[in-house]
Design a protein around this ligand. Sequence first.
Ligand SMILES: *[C@@H]1O[C@H](CO)[C@@H](O)[C@H](O)[C@H]1NC(C)=O
Ligand SMILES: *[C@@H]1O[C@H](CO)[C@@H](O)[C@H](O)[C@H]1NC(C)=O
Ligand SMILES: *[C@@H]1O[C@H](CO)[C@@H](O)[C@H](O)[C@H]1NC(C)=O
Length: 403
Amino acid sequence: MRLYWFMAFGVLFAYFMYCPLPDGIAEPMTLRVVFATRQIAKLVGIGPVLFGFTDRINFTRLALSFQGRLFSSDEPSVTFHDEIFDGVRVHVYQPVEKSNEPIAGMVYIHGGGWVFGSVDSYHHQTNYMAARLGIVLVSIDYRCAPEHPFPVPLQDVVKATVWFLQHAKDYNVDPHRIALVGVSAGGNLAAATANLLTLQEEYKQMSLPKVKFQGLIYPCLQSLNFLTPSYQQNKNFFILNQHMMAEFWSLYLTGSLTYVAAMKVNNHTSPPVKKDQRHIMHHDVIPTEFKQRDYTPPNDSDFGDVEISAHLESYILNPSFAPLMASTVEGLPPAYIVTAEFDVLRDDGIFYAKKLEDANVPVTWKHYKSGWHGMLTLFTGPLTCAVCKQSMDELLQFSRDNL
Ligand SMILES: *[C@@H]1O[C@H](CO)[C@@H](O)[C@H](O)[C@H]1NC(C)=O
Ligand SMILES: *[C@@H]1O[C@H](CO)[C@@H](O)[C@H](O)[C@H]1NC(C)=O
Ligand SMILES: *[C@@H]1O[C@H](CO)[C@@H](O)[C@H](O)[C@H]1NC(C)=O
């Protein structure tokens, strides 16, 4: 009997392995396994969701924590524990061996579209990074949407970061050697935090130590334009597609999915808003070699729903919500920006790199030509891939050189 189950599972898995992938993407077999696993997890979730034991979002959260545990390795040189920093739950990783000299620190902000993800589901990354770097790493367990929409996740991140900057010495950390690193939606929160701490009067007056660098790993930085070249080119890529990104932004904004349909066709902004902001995201900023596949230049910006726009403008144009909208970025901490070719968010990263460079902020921009959104997750474990490992190694190297 067990054999039949096993065979049925095998057939199902093989069936789900078929998934269309673009040319030139790294490790298509690995991605097919990821795809099949995800489809089966969805199938498993149907029962409990249908019978009301959980909901789609909570089920996905659970599945991701499970995955995080599956991939995590023991790091004997690191200990970790939970703490509360100014009311915010964090995971603190510290070297077992105490150093006589103050060491470097890192604030780490996990990804998951402000909705999924947790310090647990990213534990395999943070534990590994803390061990390789020999630093104190603080992973923030910020509250997520839809239960806690904007600005709650950002407020949590800012509070915990400020607290760590102020109390670094209690952890034997040199407060002038602390990086702020965020992945995906965490990259949005990292960039917004860097922006607030540098430019907002309230924080300027606190004379906080300056963040050593901001690491933005395939960040999402704007919700004005869902038809950038990279959004067009990776519109249907299963790992992260345009629809999912519109859902995430909508949930982060309102806790509901009200604006998804409008966002997907850029109907959520009025013609004047589009016209005003065109310079920030002009497609000419994206190098020609990036626009060779599945791309149509925009025809027209004279459309959009004025009512929806009036409702959303104050958020969409707010740099705390969408850091690319900042009117000034001068004096921001140096940035390490990672982009991947197969990622709807590629151009968010490129636009921001350009914007920071124009304001003389030092930028190290790493683009992975065969990489995809989320690649860093697979730097180790049963599905390790070369570009995944490379992107992790290069992040670690940059951190060593700059902390
Ligand atoms: C997830 O579960 C928690 C605790 O049971 C509940 O409060 C929350 O509303 C659920 N989230 C969603 C999106 O339904
Ligand atoms: C976009 O807006 C136009 C004009 O306001 C409307 O006719 C159209 O149905 C909208 N489309 C979507 C998908 O919201
Ligand atoms: C531009 O117009 C053409 C023809 O009307 C259409 O097929 C194409 O999708 C449009 N491009 C964009 C980015 O909307």
